[in-house]
Structure formats: structure tokens, C-alpha cells
Design a protein around this ligand. Structure first.
Ligand SMILES: Nc1ncnc2c1ncn2[C@@H]1O[C@H](COP(=O)(O)OP(=O)(O)O)[C@@H](O)[C@H]1O
Ligand SMILES: [Mg+2]
Length: 252
């Protein structure tokens, strides 16, 4: 079971879009997927148009709640463990608990039957995210093509280093995902070059800016359902293949 956190403390870099469409892409390839939402905005439940009863909040706070109490099957091979705004309260309650960074790991210890667990993190370095990265062993980092996002990447790397050293947990960067890429835009090309020089061999084929990705969300669909011929669908399909160790991306 691979455990992958999708993380970047900057908002709007395509974390949720990537988490969801990668999860859906892997599920379509026959992999069993659990997608966990760690963001109190609750994007994942909204995206799939479900109203959860039990959520991450209950899992983290109530001793008797198990993952299967909270999991909702949304597509073949694809389960979600949703959050709502109550996740923000869980964060506050967790702060007072012993071993507070490892509560998610403890609650997911007996989780079985999935090929991939994907964790869609909130745009922060909060305790919920610390819980995500002490559970995950791999990180996917979506980076949008602007300079502030590059600064954010540095902070993530420092944070992962701290997790390794202080919490004694191994987590590696699997791939940096360039998002909102536009090859006609010089800034996009420059930032991609910078990423490639910093993350030699760990930069995924870029996800192009594609309005169909945003539209799919408002139609409660994955990009493969909403517009399978779009750039967005092709780019996320390439990324899915790359995660499975198959063919490389389409290049730029
Ligand atoms: N490649 C893309 N092209 C166009 N719009 C995108 C793309 N990726 C994400 N979006 C849109 O940008 C916004 C932020 O994306 P989101 O995935 O929610 O970011 P995050 O989870 O990092 O905050 C959303 O409205 C989403 O639909
Ligand atoms: Mg998000």
C-alpha cells in the first residue's frame, strides 16, 4: 500500500484537483484507492456531491470511530474519507493530546485492501498536515507557475526534513507537479526550468492550464467523466501512468 500526501502550504496550486484526478485515474486502472481529505474546506465531498455523516473529525477525535465508519465509496475502486469544516475543530482538540502528530497514523494502522492512500492536504503547515506527512511515505508537490509558489517549495522541503529528523519518519518527494502550465508564457518555462534544476528527475510532465478541470469540479465529475478528450484529462492520465511506472509524460 503506497501512502502519498499531496502537499503545498500555498493555496490554489492544484492540490485538490490533482489528488482527485490522480485518484480517479488510478481507480480507472483497477487500483484500489482511498482518498483522504485533510482540508476543512471539504472540497472532496463537495466534488463528489456527498454529504458525509462521519468524517475525519470523528476518526481523529472519537476513540471508537474506525476508518470504515467514515469511508464513502464514490466510484468503482475509489473510496473517500471526507472532511467538513469540523476538521478545523479536530485540529484544535488534537493540539492538547499526547503524540498529537501521529494520531492519524494510529487510527489508520489497521487499514487494509487499498493499493494507494492519497492525502489531499490543506494549504498550511498545521497539525492535520503534520499528521498526514507522518503517515505518508511519499509526497507529491503541485507547484503553480508563479514565483511565490517556488518559495513555498523551499518551505515544504524544510518541513519534510524536520519531520524526518524530529519525528523520525521517512518521507520522500515522489514528484513535483508543475501546474497551471502555459508553454506560450515565458514565466511558465522559466519556473519549469528552475524546478528541473532543483529536482533533477523528479519533475512530472506539466499539467496545463485547462478550464475544463475547473468546470468538471462544478459538475461533480472527474475530468475523465466530464471531458475525456481535454488537455486536463490527457495530462492527468500521463501523471497517473508515471505514478504506475509506465510511459513518460507528453513533454512540453
Ligand atoms: N490546471 C488547471 N487549469 C485550470 N484551472 C485549474 C487547474 N488546476 C486547478 N484549477 C482550478 O484552480 C482552483 C484551485 O485549485 P485546487 O485544486 O482547489 O487548489 P488547492 O487544492 O491547491 O487549493 C480551483 O478552482 C480549480 O478548479
Ligand atoms: Mg485543496
Amino acid at each position: 500500500m503506497r501512502k502519498i500526501a499531496i502537499i503545498n502550504q500555498k493555496g490554489g496550486t492544484g492540490k485538490s484537483t490533482s489528488a482527485l484526478n490522480v485518484a480517479a485515474g488510478l481507480a480507472r486502472k483497477g487500483k484500489k484507492i482511498l482518498l483522504i481529505d485533510l482540508d476543512p474546506q471539504g472540497n472532496i465531498a463537495t466534488w463528489f456531491d456527498v454529504t458525509p455523516k462521519q468524517t475525519l473529525y470523528h476518526l481523529l477525535i472519537e476513540e471508537s470511530t474506525t476508518p470504515s465508519d467514515c469511508v464513502i465509496n464514490v466510484r468503482p475502486n475509489l473510496d473517500i474519507l471526507p472532511s467538513t469544516k469540523t476538521a478545523a475543530q479536530a485540529e484544535i482538540i488534537l493540539t492538547g493530546l499526547p503524540g498529537r502528530e501521529k494520531i492519524l497514523s494510529r487510527k489508520l494502522q489497521s487499514l487494509k485492501g487499498y493499493d494507494f492512500v492519497l492525502l489531499d492536504c490543506a494549504p498550511s503547515l498545521n497539525l492535520l498536515n503534520q499528521n498526514a506527512v507522518t503517515y505518508a511515505t511519499e509526497a507529491l508537490i503541485p507547484v503553480s507557475m508563479d514565483y511565490l509558489a517556488l518559495v513555498g517549495v523551499k518551505q515544504i522541503l524544510e518541513n519534510l526534513k524536520m519531520i524526518r529528523e524530529i519525528l523520525d519518519h521517512k518521507i520522500e518527494v515522489l514528484l513535483v507537479i508543475p501546474t497551471f502550465y502555459d508553454r506560450r508564457n515565458r514565466k511558465s518555462r522559466e519556473i519549469l526550468d528552475t524546478l528541473e534544476s532543483h529536482f533533477n528527475g523528479k519533475v512530472a510532465a506539466p499539467i496545463r492550464t485547462n478550464v475544463r478541470l475547473a468546470e468538471a469540479a462544478s459538475h461533480h465529475q472527474t475530468i475523465y467523466e466530464y471531458d475525456p478528450d481535454s488537455h486536463g484529462a490527457r495530462d492527468y492520465e500521463d501523471l497517473t501512468e508515471q505514478l504506475l511506472g509506465g510511459r513518460k509524460g507528453h513533454g512540453r
